[in-house]
Write a protein that binds this ligand. Sequence first.
Ligand code: 5AD
Ligand code: SF4
Length: 439
Amino acid sequence: MADKKRVFVKTYGCQMNVYDSQRIGEALISEGYDITGSPDSADLILVNTCHIREKAVEKIYSELGRYKKVKDKSPELKIGVMGCVAQAEGKEIIRRQPLVDLVVGPQSYHRLPKMLRNVEAGEKAIDIDFPTEDKFLYLPKTKKKKLPPAAFLTVQEGCDKFCAFCVVPYTRGSEASRSPVHLLAEARSLVEKGVVEITLLGQNVNGYSYIRHNEDWGLARLISELAKISDLKRIRFTTSHPNDMTDSLIKLFGTEEKLMPYLHLPIQSGSDRVLKAMNRRHSVEHYLRILSRVRESRPDVAISGDFIVGFPGETEADFQATLELCEDVKYAQAYSFKYSSRPGTPAAKLKEIGEDTKSERLSRLQSLLMQHQKQFQQNMIGRRYSVLIEKEGKEQGQVVGRSPYLQPVFLQGSLDLLGKIIPVEMKSYRTNSLEGKMI
Ligand code: 5AD
Ligand code: SF4
Protein backbone atom coordinates (compact mmCIF):
# COMPACT_ATOMS: atom_id res chain seq x y z
CA MET A 1 0.00 0.00 0.00
CA ALA A 2 1.23 3.49 -0.82
CA ASP A 3 2.25 5.68 2.12
CA LYS A 4 -0.46 7.93 3.45
CA LYS A 5 -0.25 11.57 2.42
CA ARG A 6 0.69 13.98 5.15
CA VAL A 7 -0.83 17.37 5.86
CA PHE A 8 0.71 20.14 7.95
CA VAL A 9 -1.77 22.74 9.21
CA LYS A 10 -0.44 26.09 10.48
CA THR A 11 -2.96 28.25 12.32
CA TYR A 12 -2.91 32.00 12.87
CA GLY A 13 -5.53 34.25 14.45
CA CYS A 14 -8.38 33.66 16.83
CA GLN A 15 -9.78 30.62 18.63
CA MET A 16 -12.31 30.20 15.87
CA ASN A 17 -9.45 29.52 13.49
CA VAL A 18 -8.13 26.94 15.97
CA TYR A 19 -11.53 25.20 15.96
CA ASP A 20 -11.72 25.36 12.13
CA SER A 21 -8.22 23.90 11.78
CA GLN A 22 -9.13 21.03 14.11
CA ARG A 23 -12.28 20.26 12.13
CA ILE A 24 -10.38 20.41 8.84
CA GLY A 25 -7.65 18.17 10.20
CA GLU A 26 -10.32 15.61 11.12
CA ALA A 27 -11.90 15.91 7.68
CA LEU A 28 -8.56 15.28 6.01
CA ILE A 29 -7.90 12.24 8.22
CA SER A 30 -11.19 10.87 6.83
CA GLU A 31 -9.82 11.59 3.34
CA GLY A 32 -6.84 9.35 4.10
CA TYR A 33 -4.29 11.94 5.28
CA ASP A 34 -2.07 11.81 8.35
CA ILE A 35 -1.39 14.99 10.29
CA THR A 36 2.27 15.97 10.55
CA GLY A 37 3.86 18.53 12.86
CA SER A 38 6.52 19.53 10.33
CA PRO A 39 6.15 21.29 6.98
CA ASP A 40 9.28 19.52 5.70
CA SER A 41 7.61 16.12 5.74
CA ALA A 42 4.27 17.30 4.35
CA ASP A 43 2.59 16.58 1.01
CA LEU A 44 0.08 19.33 1.72
CA ILE A 45 0.54 22.53 3.73
CA LEU A 46 -2.54 24.47 4.80
CA VAL A 47 -2.11 27.92 6.31
CA ASN A 48 -5.15 29.14 8.23
CA THR A 49 -4.91 32.90 8.17
CA CYS A 50 -6.00 36.04 10.02
CA HIS A 51 -6.76 39.40 8.38
CA ILE A 52 -7.51 41.43 11.50
CA ARG A 53 -4.39 43.64 11.40
CA GLU A 54 -1.82 44.39 8.72
CA LYS A 55 0.97 42.74 10.70
CA ALA A 56 -1.00 39.48 10.85
CA VAL A 57 -1.26 39.49 7.05
CA GLU A 58 2.43 40.25 6.50
CA LYS A 59 3.37 37.34 8.79
CA ILE A 60 1.39 35.03 6.54
CA TYR A 61 3.11 36.13 3.34
CA SER A 62 6.50 35.66 4.94
CA GLU A 63 5.45 32.19 6.16
CA LEU A 64 4.39 31.31 2.61
CA GLY A 65 7.75 32.58 1.31
CA ARG A 66 9.54 30.17 3.67
CA TYR A 67 7.78 27.22 2.05
CA LYS A 68 9.60 27.88 -1.23
CA LYS A 69 12.59 25.88 0.01
CA VAL A 70 10.35 22.97 0.99
CA LYS A 71 8.69 23.06 -2.42
CA ASP A 72 12.10 23.14 -4.17
CA LYS A 73 12.99 19.91 -2.37
CA SER A 74 9.63 18.22 -2.97
CA PRO A 75 7.99 19.68 -6.09
CA GLU A 76 4.85 17.55 -5.53
CA LEU A 77 4.05 19.56 -2.39
CA LYS A 78 0.71 21.42 -2.53
CA ILE A 79 0.12 24.62 -0.60
CA GLY A 80 -3.28 25.97 0.43
CA VAL A 81 -4.32 29.22 2.09
CA MET A 82 -7.52 29.20 4.12
CA GLY A 83 -9.17 31.61 6.56
CA CYS A 84 -9.74 35.32 6.56
CA VAL A 85 -6.86 36.40 4.30
CA ALA A 86 -8.06 33.84 1.75
CA GLN A 87 -11.54 35.37 1.94
CA ALA A 88 -10.34 38.95 1.71
CA GLU A 89 -7.65 38.57 -0.94
CA GLY A 90 -8.86 35.64 -3.05
CA LYS A 91 -6.83 35.11 -6.20
CA GLU A 92 -4.56 38.05 -5.34
CA ILE A 93 -2.78 35.58 -3.03
CA ILE A 94 -1.76 33.40 -5.97
CA ARG A 95 -0.66 36.47 -7.93
CA ARG A 96 1.52 37.59 -5.02
CA GLN A 97 2.74 34.09 -4.13
CA PRO A 98 2.47 31.73 -7.13
CA LEU A 99 3.51 28.77 -4.94
CA VAL A 100 -0.05 28.68 -3.63
CA ASP A 101 -2.31 26.05 -5.23
CA LEU A 102 -5.50 26.56 -3.29
CA VAL A 103 -7.41 29.44 -1.67
CA VAL A 104 -10.48 28.72 0.45
CA GLY A 105 -12.55 31.12 2.55
CA PRO A 106 -13.97 30.26 5.99
CA GLN A 107 -17.49 29.52 4.80
CA SER A 108 -16.45 26.98 2.15
CA TYR A 109 -14.40 24.49 4.17
CA HIS A 110 -16.78 21.62 3.50
CA ARG A 111 -15.79 21.92 -0.16
CA LEU A 112 -12.10 21.46 0.60
CA PRO A 113 -11.87 17.69 -0.11
CA LYS A 114 -13.25 18.25 -3.62
CA MET A 115 -10.97 21.22 -4.18
CA LEU A 116 -7.97 19.10 -3.18
CA ARG A 117 -8.83 16.57 -5.87
CA ASN A 118 -8.73 19.39 -8.45
CA VAL A 119 -5.40 20.54 -7.06
CA GLU A 120 -4.06 16.96 -7.34
CA ALA A 121 -5.08 17.09 -11.00
CA GLY A 122 -2.77 20.08 -11.41
CA GLU A 123 -5.32 22.91 -11.22
CA LYS A 124 -5.38 25.97 -9.01
CA ALA A 125 -8.54 25.99 -6.86
CA ILE A 126 -10.25 29.07 -5.39
CA ASP A 127 -13.51 29.20 -3.41
CA ILE A 128 -14.46 32.33 -1.52
CA ASP A 129 -18.25 31.98 -1.69
CA PHE A 130 -20.59 32.51 1.22
CA PRO A 131 -22.77 29.38 0.92
CA THR A 132 -25.72 29.34 3.34
CA GLU A 133 -25.39 25.77 4.60
CA ASP A 134 -23.70 24.97 7.95
CA LYS A 135 -20.28 23.82 6.78
CA PHE A 136 -19.69 21.95 10.04
CA LEU A 137 -22.51 19.53 9.22
CA TYR A 138 -20.58 18.44 6.16
CA LEU A 139 -17.22 18.10 7.84
CA PRO A 140 -16.73 14.64 9.38
CA LYS A 141 -16.61 14.41 13.20
CA THR A 142 -13.47 13.33 14.99
CA LYS A 143 -12.71 9.61 15.06
CA LYS A 144 -10.58 10.03 18.17
CA LYS A 145 -11.85 8.13 21.21
CA LYS A 146 -10.27 10.47 23.77
CA LEU A 147 -10.03 14.26 23.61
CA PRO A 148 -8.26 16.81 25.82
CA PRO A 149 -10.46 18.10 28.71
CA ALA A 150 -11.08 21.58 27.29
CA ALA A 151 -12.61 22.08 23.86
CA PHE A 152 -13.90 24.85 21.60
CA LEU A 153 -17.28 24.77 19.92
CA THR A 154 -18.22 27.38 17.32
CA VAL A 155 -21.87 28.29 17.79
CA GLN A 156 -22.09 31.52 15.81
CA GLU A 157 -20.09 33.14 13.05
CA GLY A 158 -19.93 36.47 11.33
CA CYS A 159 -20.86 39.97 12.26
CA ASP A 160 -23.53 42.52 11.34
CA LYS A 161 -22.23 45.27 13.61
CA PHE A 162 -19.81 46.93 11.15
CA CYS A 163 -17.43 48.62 13.55
CA ALA A 164 -15.62 51.09 11.31
CA PHE A 165 -12.18 49.47 11.83
CA CYS A 166 -13.05 45.82 11.43
CA VAL A 167 -12.70 43.33 8.56
CA VAL A 168 -14.75 40.56 10.18
CA PRO A 169 -18.10 41.40 8.52
CA TYR A 170 -16.31 41.10 5.17
CA THR A 171 -14.24 38.00 5.89
CA ARG A 172 -16.68 35.91 7.96
CA GLY A 173 -19.90 37.26 6.46
CA SER A 174 -23.13 38.15 8.23
CA GLU A 175 -24.19 36.75 11.61
CA ALA A 176 -25.29 33.12 11.45
CA SER A 177 -26.02 30.77 14.35
CA ARG A 178 -25.85 26.99 14.28
CA SER A 179 -28.83 24.85 15.24
CA PRO A 180 -29.03 24.09 18.99
CA VAL A 181 -29.93 20.50 18.13
CA HIS A 182 -26.63 20.05 16.32
CA LEU A 183 -24.71 21.92 18.98
CA LEU A 184 -26.13 19.84 21.82
CA ALA A 185 -25.31 16.67 19.90
CA GLU A 186 -21.77 17.87 19.23
CA ALA A 187 -21.31 18.87 22.88
CA ARG A 188 -22.55 15.46 24.08
CA SER A 189 -20.16 13.67 21.79
CA LEU A 190 -17.25 15.86 23.00
CA VAL A 191 -18.17 15.08 26.62
CA GLU A 192 -18.35 11.33 25.90
CA LYS A 193 -14.72 11.62 24.75
CA GLY A 194 -13.55 13.20 27.98
CA VAL A 195 -14.23 16.92 27.47
CA VAL A 196 -15.29 18.67 30.71
CA GLU A 197 -15.02 22.30 29.67
CA ILE A 198 -16.44 23.82 26.51
CA THR A 199 -15.79 27.35 25.29
CA LEU A 200 -18.55 28.50 22.97
CA LEU A 201 -17.12 30.58 20.16
CA GLY A 202 -18.56 33.28 17.97
CA GLN A 203 -17.44 36.64 16.61
CA ASN A 204 -20.59 37.91 18.36
CA VAL A 205 -21.26 34.90 20.50
CA ASN A 206 -23.81 36.64 22.72
CA GLY A 207 -25.71 37.55 19.55
CA TYR A 208 -26.39 33.81 19.17
CA SER A 209 -29.97 33.48 17.97
CA TYR A 210 -31.74 30.49 16.47
CA ILE A 211 -35.47 30.18 15.87
CA ARG A 212 -36.70 26.68 16.73
CA HIS A 213 -40.40 25.80 16.97
CA ASN A 214 -41.19 29.52 16.89
CA GLU A 215 -38.98 30.17 19.91
CA ASP A 216 -35.82 32.24 19.75
CA TRP A 217 -32.95 30.45 21.40
CA GLY A 218 -30.50 33.01 22.67
CA LEU A 219 -27.10 32.23 24.17
CA ALA A 220 -28.50 32.03 27.73
CA ARG A 221 -30.94 29.30 26.72
CA LEU A 222 -28.23 27.42 24.83
CA ILE A 223 -25.91 27.54 27.85
CA SER A 224 -28.70 26.39 30.19
CA GLU A 225 -29.40 23.39 27.97
CA LEU A 226 -25.71 22.54 27.64
CA ALA A 227 -25.38 22.74 31.43
CA LYS A 228 -27.80 19.80 31.70
CA ILE A 229 -25.11 17.50 30.26
CA SER A 230 -24.00 16.14 33.61
CA ASP A 231 -20.36 15.37 32.81
CA LEU A 232 -19.87 18.80 31.29
CA LYS A 233 -18.57 20.82 34.23
CA ARG A 234 -17.53 24.21 32.86
CA ILE A 235 -18.90 26.49 30.17
CA ARG A 236 -17.34 29.66 28.80
CA PHE A 237 -18.12 31.91 25.86
CA THR A 238 -16.23 34.45 23.78
CA THR A 239 -16.33 37.10 22.18
CA SER A 240 -19.24 39.30 23.17
CA HIS A 241 -20.59 42.69 22.11
CA PRO A 242 -22.02 45.04 24.78
CA ASN A 243 -25.21 45.58 22.77
CA ASP A 244 -26.04 41.87 22.88
CA MET A 245 -25.70 41.39 26.65
CA THR A 246 -29.26 40.31 27.38
CA ASP A 247 -30.85 40.32 30.83
CA SER A 248 -31.10 36.54 30.78
CA LEU A 249 -27.39 36.17 30.05
CA ILE A 250 -26.45 38.62 32.80
CA LYS A 251 -28.68 36.73 35.27
CA LEU A 252 -27.23 33.40 34.23
CA PHE A 253 -23.85 34.38 35.68
CA GLY A 254 -25.50 34.30 39.10
CA THR A 255 -27.61 31.17 38.66
CA GLU A 256 -25.68 28.73 36.49
CA GLU A 257 -22.74 27.32 38.41
CA LYS A 258 -21.24 25.75 35.32
CA LEU A 259 -20.92 29.14 33.63
CA MET A 260 -17.43 30.31 34.59
CA PRO A 261 -17.05 33.73 36.24
CA TYR A 262 -15.15 35.29 33.35
CA LEU A 263 -16.51 37.71 30.80
CA HIS A 264 -14.58 38.94 27.78
CA LEU A 265 -16.40 42.12 26.82
CA PRO A 266 -14.41 44.41 24.52
CA ILE A 267 -15.12 48.14 24.49
CA GLN A 268 -12.15 49.29 22.31
CA SER A 269 -12.02 52.86 23.69
CA GLY A 270 -13.02 54.76 26.81
CA SER A 271 -14.06 57.87 24.87
CA ASP A 272 -17.65 58.31 23.68
CA ARG A 273 -16.40 60.45 20.81
CA VAL A 274 -14.12 57.66 19.58
CA LEU A 275 -16.78 54.99 20.16
CA LYS A 276 -19.07 57.01 17.90
CA ALA A 277 -16.41 57.32 15.20
CA MET A 278 -15.84 53.58 15.52
CA ASN A 279 -19.58 52.99 14.97
CA ARG A 280 -19.75 50.96 18.19
CA ARG A 281 -23.31 52.15 18.82
CA HIS A 282 -23.00 52.23 22.61
CA SER A 283 -21.60 54.63 25.17
CA VAL A 284 -19.04 54.14 27.92
CA GLU A 285 -21.84 54.54 30.45
CA HIS A 286 -23.88 51.74 28.86
CA TYR A 287 -20.84 49.46 28.98
CA LEU A 288 -20.11 50.25 32.64
CA ARG A 289 -23.75 49.66 33.52
CA ILE A 290 -23.58 46.19 31.99
CA LEU A 291 -20.43 45.38 33.94
CA SER A 292 -21.96 46.49 37.21
CA ARG A 293 -25.04 44.34 36.54
CA VAL A 294 -22.86 41.32 35.72
CA ARG A 295 -20.93 41.96 38.94
CA GLU A 296 -24.16 42.18 40.91
CA SER A 297 -25.15 38.86 39.44
CA ARG A 298 -21.77 37.23 40.04
CA PRO A 299 -19.59 39.31 42.38
CA ASP A 300 -16.34 37.45 41.68
CA VAL A 301 -16.59 37.72 37.87
CA ALA A 302 -13.30 38.57 36.14
CA ILE A 303 -13.60 41.04 33.28
CA SER A 304 -11.43 40.99 30.21
CA GLY A 305 -11.47 43.33 27.24
CA ASP A 306 -9.93 44.51 23.98
CA PHE A 307 -8.65 48.00 23.17
CA ILE A 308 -7.56 49.79 20.04
CA VAL A 309 -5.31 52.80 20.54
CA GLY A 310 -4.66 55.46 17.94
CA PHE A 311 -7.93 55.19 16.04
CA PRO A 312 -8.07 58.07 13.48
CA GLY A 313 -8.84 61.31 15.30
CA GLU A 314 -8.08 59.96 18.80
CA THR A 315 -6.78 62.87 20.90
CA GLU A 316 -4.73 62.72 24.07
CA ALA A 317 -7.93 63.52 25.99
CA ASP A 318 -9.71 60.57 24.32
CA PHE A 319 -6.81 58.34 25.25
CA GLN A 320 -6.89 59.62 28.84
CA ALA A 321 -10.54 58.56 28.94
CA THR A 322 -9.47 55.04 28.00
CA LEU A 323 -6.95 55.00 30.84
CA GLU A 324 -9.64 56.24 33.23
CA LEU A 325 -12.02 53.53 32.12
CA CYS A 326 -9.34 50.91 32.82
CA GLU A 327 -8.74 52.39 36.28
CA ASP A 328 -12.45 52.12 36.86
CA VAL A 329 -12.97 48.55 35.56
CA LYS A 330 -9.70 46.96 36.73
CA TYR A 331 -9.53 44.32 34.04
CA ALA A 332 -8.26 40.90 35.11
CA GLN A 333 -6.85 40.62 31.62
CA ALA A 334 -7.01 42.72 28.45
CA TYR A 335 -5.66 42.76 24.93
CA SER A 336 -4.62 46.03 23.33
CA PHE A 337 -3.58 46.85 19.81
CA LYS A 338 -2.43 49.76 17.73
CA TYR A 339 -5.05 50.72 15.18
CA SER A 340 -4.27 49.13 11.83
CA SER A 341 -6.01 50.44 8.75
CA ARG A 342 -7.78 47.59 6.91
CA PRO A 343 -8.63 47.86 3.22
CA GLY A 344 -12.34 48.06 2.50
CA THR A 345 -13.39 49.20 5.99
CA PRO A 346 -14.99 52.65 6.48
CA ALA A 347 -12.16 53.79 8.80
CA ALA A 348 -9.59 53.16 6.05
CA LYS A 349 -10.76 56.44 4.46
CA LEU A 350 -9.90 58.45 7.59
CA LYS A 351 -6.62 60.24 8.15
CA GLU A 352 -4.35 58.18 10.38
CA ILE A 353 -2.52 59.53 13.39
CA GLY A 354 1.26 59.17 13.69
CA GLU A 355 2.88 55.81 14.36
CA ASP A 356 4.95 57.22 17.23
CA THR A 357 1.86 58.50 19.02
CA LYS A 358 0.20 55.10 18.59
CA SER A 359 3.24 53.26 19.97
CA GLU A 360 3.61 55.60 22.90
CA ARG A 361 -0.08 55.30 23.85
CA LEU A 362 -0.02 51.54 23.47
CA SER A 363 2.87 51.18 25.86
CA ARG A 364 1.21 53.48 28.45
CA LEU A 365 -2.03 51.51 28.22
CA GLN A 366 -0.29 48.16 28.39
CA SER A 367 1.69 49.06 31.48
CA LEU A 368 -1.53 50.10 33.26
CA LEU A 369 -3.35 46.92 32.15
CA MET A 370 -0.41 44.83 33.32
CA GLN A 371 -0.50 46.50 36.72
CA HIS A 372 -4.18 45.59 37.09
CA GLN A 373 -3.61 42.04 35.86
CA LYS A 374 -0.89 41.62 38.48
CA GLN A 375 -3.15 43.02 41.20
CA PHE A 376 -5.86 40.57 40.22
CA GLN A 377 -3.46 37.64 40.43
CA GLN A 378 -1.89 38.87 43.64
CA ASN A 379 -5.34 38.93 45.27
CA MET A 380 -5.65 35.24 44.51
CA ILE A 381 -2.56 34.28 46.52
CA GLY A 382 -3.34 32.26 49.65
CA ARG A 383 -6.85 31.45 48.44
CA ARG A 384 -8.35 28.25 47.06
CA TYR A 385 -9.80 27.91 43.59
CA SER A 386 -10.98 25.00 41.52
CA VAL A 387 -8.56 24.12 38.74
CA LEU A 388 -9.27 21.93 35.74
CA ILE A 389 -6.11 19.96 35.05
CA GLU A 390 -5.51 20.04 31.29
CA LYS A 391 -2.02 18.78 30.54
CA GLU A 392 1.41 17.72 31.66
CA GLY A 393 3.72 20.57 32.69
CA LYS A 394 7.19 21.17 31.29
CA GLU A 395 8.88 20.23 34.56
CA GLN A 396 9.05 16.76 36.07
CA GLY A 397 5.94 15.82 38.09
CA GLN A 398 4.15 19.02 37.12
CA VAL A 399 0.68 19.44 35.65
CA VAL A 400 -1.02 22.54 34.28
CA GLY A 401 -4.64 23.53 34.58
CA ARG A 402 -6.89 26.56 34.41
CA SER A 403 -8.41 28.60 37.19
CA PRO A 404 -12.07 29.69 36.89
CA TYR A 405 -10.62 33.00 35.63
CA LEU A 406 -8.77 31.31 32.78
CA GLN A 407 -5.21 31.72 34.06
CA PRO A 408 -2.89 28.75 33.62
CA VAL A 409 -2.06 27.23 37.02
CA PHE A 410 1.08 25.11 37.51
CA LEU A 411 1.25 22.55 40.31
CA GLN A 412 2.88 19.30 41.36
CA GLY A 413 0.65 16.35 40.62
CA SER A 414 0.36 13.09 38.71
CA LEU A 415 -1.08 12.55 35.25
CA ASP A 416 -4.10 10.79 36.83
CA LEU A 417 -5.36 14.29 37.50
CA LEU A 418 -5.85 15.06 33.79
CA GLY A 419 -9.46 16.05 33.19
CA LYS A 420 -10.19 16.43 36.91
CA ILE A 421 -11.28 19.61 38.66
CA ILE A 422 -9.42 19.90 41.95
CA PRO A 423 -9.09 22.48 44.75
CA VAL A 424 -5.78 24.33 44.59
CA GLU A 425 -4.28 26.91 46.90
CA MET A 426 -2.49 29.68 45.00
CA LYS A 427 1.07 30.20 46.17
CA SER A 428 2.67 32.65 43.75
CA TYR A 429 2.05 34.34 40.43
CA ARG A 430 3.96 35.23 37.29
CA THR A 431 2.86 37.62 34.55
CA ASN A 432 0.43 35.26 32.89
CA SER A 433 0.15 32.31 35.23
CA LEU A 434 -0.08 31.13 38.83
CA GLU A 435 1.64 28.49 40.83
CA GLY A 436 -0.46 26.48 43.26
CA LYS A 437 -0.56 23.50 45.57
CA MET A 438 -3.17 20.77 45.51
CA ILE A 439 -5.20 20.66 48.72
N1 5AD B 1 -6.77 47.46 14.12
C1 5AD B 1 -6.37 47.10 15.36
N2 5AD B 1 -7.03 46.23 16.14
C2 5AD B 1 -8.15 45.68 15.62
N3 5AD B 1 -9.02 44.80 16.15
C3 5AD B 1 -9.97 44.56 15.23
N4 5AD B 1 -9.76 45.28 14.11
C4 5AD B 1 -8.62 45.99 14.35
C5 5AD B 1 -7.89 46.93 13.57
N5 5AD B 1 -8.28 47.32 12.36
C6 5AD B 1 -8.93 44.28 17.51
C7 5AD B 1 -10.15 44.65 18.33
C8 5AD B 1 -10.90 43.35 18.39
C9 5AD B 1 -9.78 42.35 18.41
C10 5AD B 1 -10.18 40.97 18.03
O1 5AD B 1 -8.87 42.87 17.47
O2 5AD B 1 -9.73 45.06 19.61
O3 5AD B 1 -11.74 43.26 19.54
FE1 SF4 C 1 -8.62 37.07 12.48
FE2 SF4 C 1 -11.11 37.90 12.77
FE3 SF4 C 1 -10.61 36.06 11.00
FE4 SF4 C 1 -10.44 35.43 13.60
S1 SF4 C 1 -12.27 36.04 12.44
S2 SF4 C 1 -8.99 34.90 12.04
S3 SF4 C 1 -9.64 37.41 14.41
S4 SF4 C 1 -9.86 38.18 10.96
